[in-house]
Design a protein around this ligand. Structure first.
Ligand SMILES: [Fe+2]
Length: 156
């Protein structure tokens, strides 16, 4: 796999680890065993999913995705959905933040966040199993060069 795709893949692993941590807290929230510290940690994790790293990651994926659509690669509907997902996640992130101070019950909050994590996993699945392999197969060296020039590197 191309080195840049590996970088994206590695980021997915980091995100998956965060979501796994959230799942544990969501379980507590649903069972009413969640205290204020758990709740705070849950929202901190949620926030960490929507920082600069996430924005850069999506921008990098969009660079690849747009070039892929100019090749003769078969256009898979899930590759088209990825752009909508990226826009949707940014919007959902804002809505999820408002949950922290909402009047919803813990169980209702858990359901909304869980729904989001399922969507996120589906999105990672499309990228890793459909989008990345297509990009790896169809993009030429010069196209990868073009991507590399606009690549957003993580801030250290
Ligand atoms: Fe991704």
């Amino acid at each position: 796999m191309h080195r840049l795709l590996e970088e994206l893949h590695h980021y997915h692993q980091t995100i998956s680890a965060t979501i796994d941590q959230m799942k544990n807290l969501l379980g507590k929230l649903k069972g009413d065993a969640c205290d204020a510290a758990d709740r705070q940690q849950l929202f901190a994790l949620l926030e960490s999913l929507h920082g600069d790293a996430e924005t850069r990651h999506h921008q990098n994926e969009e660079l690849i995705r747009r070039l892929l659509l100019t090749t003769r690669a078969p256009v898979h509907p899930r590759v088209l959905d990825i752009e909508r997902d990226h826009q949707g996640f940014a919007r959902i992130a804002k809505q999820l933040k408002t949950l922290e101070h909402s009047s919803l019950t813990p169980r209702e909050i858990a359901t909304v966040i869980e729904d989001y994590t399922h969507k996120y996993y589906d999105h990672l699945d499309s990228e890793e199993n459909i989008f990345f392999p297509l990009a790896d197969k169809w993009l030429s060296d010069s196209q990868w060069q073009e991507i590399k020039q606009q690549w957003q590197t993580p801030k250290s």
